[in-house]
Design a protein around this ligand. Structure first.
Ligand code: NDP
Length: 232
């Protein structure tokens, strides 16, 4: 039997990049997947359609994770459709890179609002359901930048470091109800988020990596599937 047979999984920011591949891999492992995204509705629909065509089961539900009323709608629609929620992957994320002296209030607020408050909004909403079920898996997609810091990314680094605190606190609050909460901290992964970085910066990042190669979305998805499974 597939590792996630009939589990119900929500993936935020699943219209492209890492989230799209996580959604696909969860479906291949047998999960019924709610593909969600904030603005790229056609792309989100297309991801769900592709999964339904030959990989497994999926539906598309739009949700801007910064808006708690949209998050409530995402969770209630998911429950109406599938009756339970087993896995939440908080993947939605943005960057607004600039040096701290040039950083505008909205650069800070948008990044913290999406990457950290968005994960809080979704986690709080599913926690109530998972606690009643006495089981669940919450997976937060953080970043090595949250551990190391990075010039030009003070807002992003702070949001991703904040996710570690959120993850560890939720794990401690919810373990006794059979819920695990984990964070993944990918290094540089080739997606739209990273494609516009100058070649010089890419070379600097490559030099930090012993194997001297960037990660792929599939590498992150494999970790997410493991953390969602009974093996974790
Ligand atoms: P992309 O920019 O390719 O995709 C980001 C996704 O997040 C899109 O689906 C986007 O959809 C969605 N999104 C953005 N804002 C919102 C919002 N307010 N509500 C709902 N969805 C939203 O990024 P990646 O795939 O590269 O990154 C995915 C995650 O992985 C992010 O959290 C990122 O920080 C993290 N990460 C990425 C790394 C990398 O090197 N690429 C490295 C480490 C971590 P829409 O257009 O509809 O808003």
């Amino acid at each position: 039997m597939a590792r996630l047979q009939d589990r119900v999984a929500i993936v935020t920011g699943a219209s492209r990049g890492i989230g799209k591949v996580i959604a696909r891999q969860l479906a291949i492992e047998g999960a019924r997947v709610i593909v969600s995204t904030g603005r790229s509705f056609e792309a989100g629909e297309a991801v769900a359609a592709e999964i339904n065509s030959n990989l497994g089961k999926a539906i598309f539900i739009p949700c801007d994770v910064t808006k708690s009323e949209e998050v409530s709608r995402l969770i209630s629609s998911s429950l109406e459709k599938f009756d339970r929620i087993d896995i939440l992957v908080n993947n939605a994320g943005i960057t607004r890179d600039t040096l701290i002296v040039r950083m505008k209030d909205e650069d800070w607020d948008d990044v913290l609002g999406t990457n950290l408050k968005g994960a809080f909004n979704c986690s709080r909403a599913v926690a109530r359901i998972m606690m009643k079920q006495r089981s669940g898996r919450i997976i937060n997609v953080s970043s090595v930048v949250g551990l190391m810091g990075n010039p030009g990314q003070a807002n992003y680094a702070a949001s991703k470091a904040g996710l570690f605190g959120l993850t560890k606190s939720m794990a401690k609050e919810m373990a006794h109800r059979g819920i695990t909460v984990n964070a993944i901290a990918p290094g540089y992964i080739e997606t739209e988020m990273t494609q516009d970085l100058p070649e010089k910066s890419k070379e600097v990042y490559l030099n930090y990596i012993p194997m001297h190669q960037f990660g792929r979305c599939e590498d992150v998805a494999a970790v997410a599937v493991f953390l969602a499974s009974d093996e974790a």
